[in-house]
Write a protein that binds this ligand. Sequence first.
Ligand code: HEC
Length: 301
Amino acid sequence: MEKQSTGQGARRSLAKRFNLSLIIMYIVTVLVTAPTIYFVTQKQVYDLAEKDLVLLVDVVKSIQDFVATDLRPHFMKEQILYSPAFSGIVATSRIAKYLKEKQPQYYINNASDNPLNPQNQVRGIEQNLLETFRGDRNLETLNTVGTIDGQTYLVSSAPKISTKGCLRCHGKPEAAPDDVKVAYGTTSCYGYRPDEVVGVSVVGVPLDDVQTLTLSRSLMILGGITALFTILFIVVNLLVRRLILEPIVDITTVAKAVSHGDISREVIVRHRNDEISDLANAFELMRRSLVTAMKRIKRKP
Ligand code: HEC
């Protein structure tokens, strides 16, 4: 009973130290890794969103180039003033409507505080952007994070500045082309003057996903680290018990028996070649020498 408790005591304290070191290592790893993962992932995901944004902005620019170089001259020659074939903004607005059905997460809009189409009324961050561009006429583009209709976007924006050409549709209502008058009426939201910031073009890539992704990636990697440490914990405990604790408890048991006069108990020497088996061997040799010496003493009268 006494042997048992001493052995168990030793086992507990050694294993405890190993385990404590492992737990401290785990906590330090998590403390260092968690913020690192968060920042690295966040940067990665922002970079990705930015790539998406650059692509989308270029697609919008290409639509406007297509209207300006391919469509507009052709329709002008035919003397047809059809707004989607004349204005890149109108074409973008129509294409954005179709894109929204396929990719609702993206946001493309030309907003104004004096819009022909009431759906283009500035809202959310568009209001601030419009004011910023009106306040600083040298500003050509502005990339920022902002909320529109409750959704957070990484946004690329640019001012829409009126020229004389714009007044054909946005000037006097009676001069506007028929398709514009039919669709938007003639009573409100005309009256542009040249060289004014009349609106703002906004392209947005959703950012809610960024946070969710950052969180799920962090949790995944932390889960991996936890699993790794759990395996390490189990393996280290198994090895410590097999390789160190059990042989030492055996030697201790025999040493105690010898000290109480029972020199017949052999030390179990495991066939291994390490410091612990050396110790067991040395101890067994010592016990045998003791047995021989005792026999000699007993033989003497
Ligand atoms: C051929 C007619 C036409 C011309 C020219 C034109 N626009 Fe428009 N514009 C429209 C129509 C139609 C809409 C509404 C599109 C929609 O339904 O979203 C619009 C929409 C806009 C909007 C979004 C807000 C709103 O009114 O609905 C802005 C900003 C805008 N135009 C600015 C301009 C500027 C700046 C120019 C000149 C560089 C210009 N437009 C030239 C017809 C025109």
